[in-house]
Write a protein that binds this ligand. Structure first.
Ligand code: PAF
Length: 287
């Protein structure tokens, strides 16, 4: 039994009992799902939920279904005590810590299959990923039944997949996007940054600079293929491998044509430094 500083629930019944007591007082509930190893980016999502709702639940669950064999499920950083201290300081009201028996009980046989914004980009390298995310998020949303749930723009494709999931399954929750929180040199905060060696940590900051230049080139009227080629060459020069560098329609992630930008877009990239995979994205507006 963990001795945490704020109320916690590990079962659906204890979670719902606490939420029912808030509902009896007509309080609204915000939800921030996480995999733990919290940083300032997560805490900003909690603050956003706090600004929208009377009470906030944060969940910590490292979801095996979104990791393929050979990915970092075992190595993924786990730090529940430090996380709970940070959530206490952020005035979170309840930590939900489900076990795998609660999320995937014996005999569990359902998986949500997502398409639309889930196609391409992350799915090319991690085909299992969004079905795993959608299944756990649908389950968590149904367990918590919040008014509002907050997801970071750092995982922009995930954000759009979740919006689509909520629309398609009538889950009845408002999805709010939290801006990416960055280090001073532009590196997007991520739990996986902890894997970077000091040298790779220095190199990692290039990713945001390259994406901002990509967006600036599009805003200046360069065609999508021209601007993309410059960004691709910069990524190839700066990183050990490049999974993708793309500009896509901001609302749907549909591919753009070969002309200059005519609609709001998002530029997105995934690159590798040693065994660490970095993803980032930023907005690109037409001139
Ligand atoms: O973004 C994350 O941390 C995870 O993908 C999420 C949404 C908590 C689902 O496991």
């Amino acid at each position: 039994m963990l001795n945490l500083q704020i109320p916690s629930a590990t079962t659906v019944s204890s979670l719902r009992a606490r939420i029912r007591s808030w509902r009896d007082e007509r309080l609204t509930v915000g939800f921030v799902p996480t995999m733990g190893a919290l940083h300032a980016g997560h805490l900003a999502l909690v603050q956003l939920a706090k600004a929208q709702c009377d009470r906030v639940v944060a969940s910590i669950y490292v979801n095996p279904a979104q990791f393929a064999p050979g990915e970092d499920f075992e190595a993924y950083p786990r730090s529940v005590i430090e996380d709970s201290q940070q959530l206490t300081e952020a005035h979170c009201d309840l930590i939900y810590l489900p076990t795998t028996e609660v999320i995937y009980p014996e005999g569990f046989a359902t998986s949500i299959s997502v398409a639309g914004p889930a196609e391409g980009l992350e799915s090319d390298a991690r085909p299992h990923f969004f079905n795993g995310v959608a299944t756990v998020v649908a389950k968590l949303l149904n367990q918590v039944r919040p008014d509002v749930a907050v997801f970071g723009e750092k995982d922009y494709q995930q954000l759009l997949v979740i919006r689509q999931l909520v629309r398609d399954l009538d889950l009845g929750v408002d999805i709010i996007a939290g801006e990416t929180v960055r280090e001073r040199d532009g590196l997007a905060l991520s739990s996986r940054n902890a894997y970077l060696t000091p040298q790779d940590r220095q190199r990692a900051a290039q990713l945001n600079r390259i994406l901002r230049q990509f967006a600036a080139d599009l805003a200046a009227g360069k065609t999508v293929p021209q601007a993309r080629q410059t960004a691709l060459e910069a990524c190839e020069a700066g990183f050990d491998a490049v999974d993708y560098v793309e500009a896509r329609c901001a609302d749907t992630l549909a591919p753009l044509g070969d002309a200059a930008l005519e609609v709001p877009a998002r530029v997105l990239a995934a690159v590798r430094l040693g065994s660490t995979r970095l993803i980032d994205n930023c907005a690109a507006l037409p001139s």
